[in-house]
Design a protein around this ligand. Structure first.
Ligand SMILES: Nc1c(C(=O)O)ncn1[C@@H]1O[C@H](COP(=O)(O)O)[C@@H](O)[C@H]1O
Length: 170
């Protein structure tokens, strides 16, 4: 995207990209410019901390941080900025994301990380949560979110209608 980014997406590894893309897709759908980076609190701590501490000065309004296993990334990012940080626990590893969920959500009092569900649904909701925050001061986004909800409702209705029709035929 060419506009200056409003949202920063950080992930601990390139292996997280297929999941984190779900957040990017939501932001793209709502026309919100974002930037994606790979940076790790464990493997490249200086870069992870610099991205976090410089974000506000660059006009970023929210950060989505995704990591798996011992997922310290979102917490470390949150420690270096007062921007809202949304954490997405990645699936995989021996514990299939439960480790990442606990290490993302169990922040000590004082440094919050708004933690979403494990995996793609969590990444998607992280994107939507950011849209909802930005919509507080943006009527266009608020309207687009209402339309998104209407479409979701219509889709459920279509599926139910198809189920009822199939039931009648059986
Ligand atoms: N949890 C973290 C952090 C961190 O918290 O800073 N950095 C990388 N990782 C995670 O390690 C997992 C395995 O990484 P590799 O696939 O590169 O071995 C990834 O899910 C990544 O987010």
């Amino acid at each position: 995207m060419t506009d200056s980014p409003k949202v920063l997406l950080i992930m601990g590894s390139d292996s997280d990209l297929p999941v984190m893309q779900a957040a990017g897709e939501v932001l793209q759908r709502f026309g919100i410019p974002y930037e994606m980076h790979i940076a790790s609190a464990h493997r490249s701590p200086a870069k992870a901390m610099a991205l976090a501490s410089e974000a506000a000065g660059r006009g970023i309004e929210a950060i989505i941080a995704g990591a798996g296993m011992a997922a310290h990334l979102a917490g470390v990012v949150a420690a270096k900025t007062i921007l809202p940080v949304i954490g997405v626990p990645m699936p995989g590893g021996a514990l299939n994301g439960v480790d990442a969920l606990y290490s993302t959500v169990q922040m000590p009092g004082g440094i919050p990380v708004a933690t979403m569900a494990i995996g793609k649904a969590g990444a998607k909701n992280a994107g939507l949560f950011v849209v909802q925050m930005l919509a507080l001061n943006d009527g266009r986004l608020a309207g687009a979110l209402k339309e998104y909800r209407r479409e979701m409702e219509d889709e459920v209705e279509r599926k139910d209608a198809a189920l009822q029709a199939a039931g009648r035929e059986a």
